[in-house]
Design a protein around this ligand. Structure first.
Ligand SMILES: O=C(O)c1cc(C(=O)O)c2c(n1)C(=O)C(=O)c1cc(C(=O)O)[nH]c1-2
Ligand SMILES: [Ca+2]
Length: 726
C-alpha cells in the first residue's frame, strides 16, 4: 500500500479549497513538521522535511508507469521574470512565491487560484539586487503563510484568505539589504536571513515569534565596529580574525539561502555568505580568516547562541559563499553511524560535516577547481599560488563567483545513497591592483571599480589555467555524487551554466528542469533520461511532488531570470512564467498562445568613443541592470537593446522625465544627468551591434569589463564614475 494520504488533520466535511478546509489543514504544528518525513502526500516546508533532502517517499509515478505521465494542469503567472520558488503543499492546497515577492495559493488538483497577495515592493528596489526580483518560497505554520519581501519585510498572511496578519521590517531601511530566501519554522518561530553582500551589508539571521511577529533573537555573522561593543560574545573572538576598518563596508556574511534545523539536537544551521568587499586585501588589509564568512554556523534554536562553526573558505576573496543548500542525513562512515550535514558551497568542495560537533569528516572536489591544491586534515584549504590575486596579474580561477554550485537545491536519495547536485563550470580572472583601489564603496561587484575584470586581459596580465573553462565558456553538469566513496557515479553535461534545482523519489527517479527549457525525469542509478517534457523557457526552480485524493502529482515552476537570466538568454522563444503540474493519465494541453519571438536587436548605431561606452556600461550596471536584461530578450521588462526606433526617439523623456512611469519605469531624472544618459545609450547601441556581429554574450561581458575599467581610469582623476546612487 502506498502512503498517499496526508497524516496531518484532514477534513472530511468541508470541500477542499473551502475556507474551512484550508483553515484546518494549514494549522501545521511543530509535530507535523518534525514528522513530515512520514507524511508522504504533502510537501510541508522548503526542502520537504527538516532534513531538506528533497527525497519524496511517493512512488505511484515509476519508470514503468511514466508512459502515461501527462500534464494535469498549468497556470500562467503573468510574468516574465525569474522564478525560483519551491511550492509547499498541504492536503491539496499549494502556496508559492513568484517574482517581486508575490504569493499565490492554488488548488493543487487543478490550479484554481484561491488567492494572490502582492506586497507591492517598490520597483526601484530592483537596482539594489544582485540577481533579479526573485524569491525562493514560503513557510506555512499554524494557519499562516510566511514569506520575505525584496525590500526586507517578513510577512504573515492568513492561509485561508491571504489577508495580512502582521508584517515586520527585518533589515535597516536605508541599506542595500534584500530578501530572496524562504523563511523556516523552528519551534514557534520564523527564521529569516537576507542578502546584500555584493553591496554593503552586515549579515544576520533573525527569529520572530510566528504568532505576533515579535523579535526573539538575532545572530550577527560578522563583528561590527568594536567601539560599539559586540552583540554576542563570540564576535569578540571573531573580531580578532579581521583587520582594518571592515565594518565600514558591513563586512558581508549574509545568510541569503540555507537555514536548517535538527529538532533532535535543537540546533539551527545557517549558511554564511561572502565578504564585502570581495577582496580580503581591501576588506581586511593584512589578512585574517574573517570569521564567520563563508562558514556553516550552528546555533541554539531557542536562543540563537553560537554553538560551533566550520569555515569552508577562510578569508574569502572570491565570493565563495557557504550559503548553498544544506542537507541533514544519517550516514555510515567507516563503519560508524554519523549524524552529518552535507553542503556543496561555491568553492568547489563537497563537505560532509558532523552536525553534532562541527567536526570535518570529508571534503572533495565535486567540480574542477584551481584555487587550492587540496584541503588539509581539518578541511582547511591549501591555497594555490596566486589564488589571492595580489601579484599584479589577473588570475584565472575556477570556480568563478557564481560557484561550482549555487542556490539550486540538491537532493539526497537514501536508497541510492547519492546526492544529486546541479553543478556549473565557469572561471573568472580575479585581479587587483593596489594603485587602482576601489572607485566605489557601494558596489564592490566583480567588474566594477576596476579591481577585477571579467577577463582581466585589458589591464592586468592574465595567468591562465588551460584546464579551467576559458573566457566566455560556461557549462553545467548534473552529477550523482557518492558522499561516502567520494566519487561521481554519473554526470550529465549541460550546455548552459545555470540549470534547475533537483528532486528525487523513492521510485528511483531524479527530476530537474534545465536552461534549455526541458524538464527531465532520470533513472537515479544511471542518469538515463526516461521522460522529458518541453516547458519552453529556462528553468531555475526545483520540482516537487505530492499526492491528493490518492493521485501523485509533480509540479514545476518555470520562469527564466536570476543572476544568469540577467545576462544571457536560455531559449529564443519567450513564454510567460508558468506552473506546470503532471500526473499519470494527465491529458491537459500546455498554454501556447503567448509565445513570442524576441524583438530584433536595434540597428541604430553609435559614434561615441569606447570610453563613453565603458562609462555607459558602468552606469547601466548601477542604475538599469536590476530590471533590464540587456540583449537577453527582455520579458515583462523590455530589453533596451531591442527597443524600436520610436522608443529610442523619446528615450530622454522616458528616462529623465518619467514618460512611462505609469508602466513601472521610474523617473530617473534625479539619478542620471544628460551626459550619463547619453553614455548609457552609447553602451546599449554598442552592445546591440556587438551581439549582431555574433560576439558571444559572455565574451562581450568580459570586453565591457575592460572598457569600464578604461573609462574608470580616464575619469578617476576628475569625478569617480561609480558613485551613482540608485
Ligand atoms: O551575498 C549576497 O548577499 C548574495 C545574495 C544573493 C541573493 O539574495 O539572491 C545571491 C548572491 N549573493 C550570490 O553571490 C549569488 O551568486 C547569487 C545567485 C543568485 C540567484 O538568484 O541566481 N542569487 C545570489
Ligand atoms: Ca554574494
Amino acid at each position: 500500500s502506498e502512503p498517499l494520504e496526508p497524516n496531518i488533520a484532514s477534513v472530511d466535511t468541508a470541500p477542499k479549497g473551502s475556507v474551512e478546509h484550508v483553515q484546518k489543514v494549514s494549522a501545521i504544528t511543530d509535530s507535523d513538521l518534525v514528522t513530515a518525513d512520514s507524511n508522504a502526500a504533502d510537501w510541508l516546508s522548503y526542502g520537504r522535511t527538516y532534513s531538506e533532502d528533497r527525497y519524496s517517499p511517493l512512488k505511484q509515478i515509476t519508470r514503468e508507469s511514466l508512459d502515461s505521465l501527462g500534464l494535469a494542469w498549468s497556470l500562467e503567472l503573468g510574468t516574465k521574470r525569474g522564478i525560483q520558488s519551491t511550492p509547499v503543499v498541504v492536503d491539496g492546497i499549494m502556496y508559492f512565491t513568484g517574482p517581486w515577492s508575490v504569493v499565490w495559493a492554488v488548488d493543487a488538483r487543478n490550479g484554481a487560484v484561491l488567492w494572490k497577495y502582492d506586497p507591492e515592493v517598490p520597483t526601484a528596489m530592483a537596482s539594489k539586487l544582485c540577481c533579479g526580483v526573485i524569491n525562493r518560497g514560503v513557510a506555512i505554520y499554524q494557519g499562516a503563510v510566511f514569506f520575505g519581501t525584496l525590500d526586507g519585510r517578513l510577512i504573515s498572511l492568513e492561509a485561508s484568505s491571504g489577508r495580512i496578519n502582521w508584517s515586520v521590517q527585518t533589515v535597516p531601511e536605508d541599506g542595500f539589504y534584500s530578501i530572496t530566501g524562504a523563511p523556516r519554522i523552528v519551534n514557534g518561530r520564523v527564521l529569516i536571513g537576507n542578502g546584500g553582500a555584493e553591496f554593503k551589508a552586515r549579515g544576520f539571521v533573525t527569529a520572530y515569534a510566528a504568532d505576533t511577529g515579535e523579535q526573539v533573537w538575532r545572530f550577527y555573522t560578522v563583528p561590527g565596529n568594536p567601539a560599539d561593543g559586540f552583540e554576542q560574545p563570540e564576535l569578540a573572538l571573531a573580531a580578532k580574525t579581521w583587520n582594518g576598518e571592515w565594518w565600514k563596508q558591513g563586512g558581508g556574511g549574509t545568510v541569503w539561502d540555507a537555514i536548517n534545523y535538527d529538532p533532535e539536537l535543537n540546533l539551527v544551521y545557517i549558511g554564511v555568505g561572502n565578504g564585502s568587499h570581495w577582496n580580503r586585501e581591501i576588506r581586511s588589509p593584512g589578512g585574517g580568516d574573517n570569521l564567520y564568512l563563508s562558514s556553516i554556523v550552528a546555533l541554539d534554536a531557542d536562543t540563537g547562541e553560537y554553538r560551533w562553526h566550520f569555515q569552508t573558505t577562510p578569508g574569502d576573496s572570491w565570493d565563495y559563499t557557504a550559503t548553498q543548500p544544506i542537507i541533514l542525513a544519517d550516514l555510515e562512515i567507516d563503519g560508524e553511524p554519523r549524524k552529518v550535514l552535507m553542503q556543496a558551497p561555491k568553492n568547489g568542495f563537497f563537505y560532509v560535516i558532523d552536525r553534532v560537533t562541527g567536526e570535518f569528516i570529508s571534503g572533495d572536489n565535486y567540480v574542477y577547481q584551481n584555487w587550492t591544491t587540496g584541503l588539509d586534515a581539518n578541511g582547511r584549504p591549501i591555497e594555490a599560488e596566486g589564488a589571492r590575486y595580489l601579484s599584479g596579474k589577473a588570475h584565472w580561477l575556477t570556480p568563478g563567483p557564481l560557484g561550482g554550485h549555487n542556490w539550486f537545491p540538491m537532493a539526497f536519495n537514501r536508497d541510492t545513497g547519492l546526492v544529486y547536485i546541479p553543478t556549473g563550470h565557469q572561471s573568472m580572472a580575479y585581479s587587483y591592483r593596489a594603485d587602482v583601489g576601489y572607485a566605489s564603496h557601494e558596489v564592490p561587484f566583480g567588474p566594477l571599480g576596476g579591481n577585477m575584470s571579467l577577463d582581466g586581459k585589458l589591464y592586468n596580465e592574465p595567468v591562465f589555467d588551460p584546464k579551467a573553462p576559458p573566457p566566455g565558456q560556461r557549462s553545467g553538469r548534473l552529477i550523482a555524487y557518492d558522499p561516502i566513496k567520494h566519487e561521481e557515479v554519473w554526470g550529465i553535461d549541460q550546455p548552459f551554466f545555470y540549470n534547475g534545482g533537483v528532486l528525487t523519489t523513492a521510485a528511483g527517479l531524479v527530476m530537474q528542469g534545465d536552461a534549455e527549457g526541458i524538464f527531465s525525469i532520470r533513472d537515479a542509478s544511471t542518469g538515463e533520461a526516461v521522460w522529458q517534457y518541453d516547458v519552453r523557457s529556462g528553468v531555475l526552480a526545483p520540482p516537487i511532488t505530492y499526492a491528493v485524493d490518492g493521485e501523485q502529482y509533480i509540479s514545476l515552476l518555470v520562469g527564466w531570470g536570476g543572476s544568469q537570466g540577467l545576462l544571457a538568454k536560455a531559449v529564443d522563444k519567450l513564454y510567460p512564467g508558468t506552473l506546470y503540474t503532471w500526473k499519470l493519465g494527465g491529458s491537459a494541453v500546455a498554454p501556447a498562445k503567448q509565445a513570442s519571438d524576441m524583438a530584433a536587436l536595434t540597428e541604430l548605431t553609435t559614434d561615441a568613443d569606447l570610453i563613453a561606452v565603458g562609462r555607459g556600461f558602468n552606469h547601466f550596471i548601477n542604475v538599469c541592470s536590476g530590471c533590464h536584461e540587456l540583449g537577453a530578450g527582455g520579458g515583462a521588462v523590455p530589453d533596451i537593446a531591442r527597443s524600436s526606433d520610436a522608443v529610442f526617439s523619446i528615450y530622454e523623456d522616458i528616462v529623465l522625465k518619467g514618460a512611462l512611469a505609469s508602466q513601472g519605469m521610474p523617473n530617473l531624472g534625479a539619478v542620471l544627468n544628460q551626459q550619463e544618459l547619453a553614455d548609457i545609450k552609447a553602451y546599449v547601441l554598442y552592445h546591440a551591434a556587438r551581439l549582431r556581429a555574433g560576439v558571444d554574450p559572455m565574451a562581450l561581458m568580459a570586453e565591457l569589463g575592460g572598457l569600464q575599467y578604461q573609462a574608470d581610469q580616464a575619469t578617476r582623476s576628475k569625478t569617480p564614475v561609480n558613485n551613482v546612487k540608485p
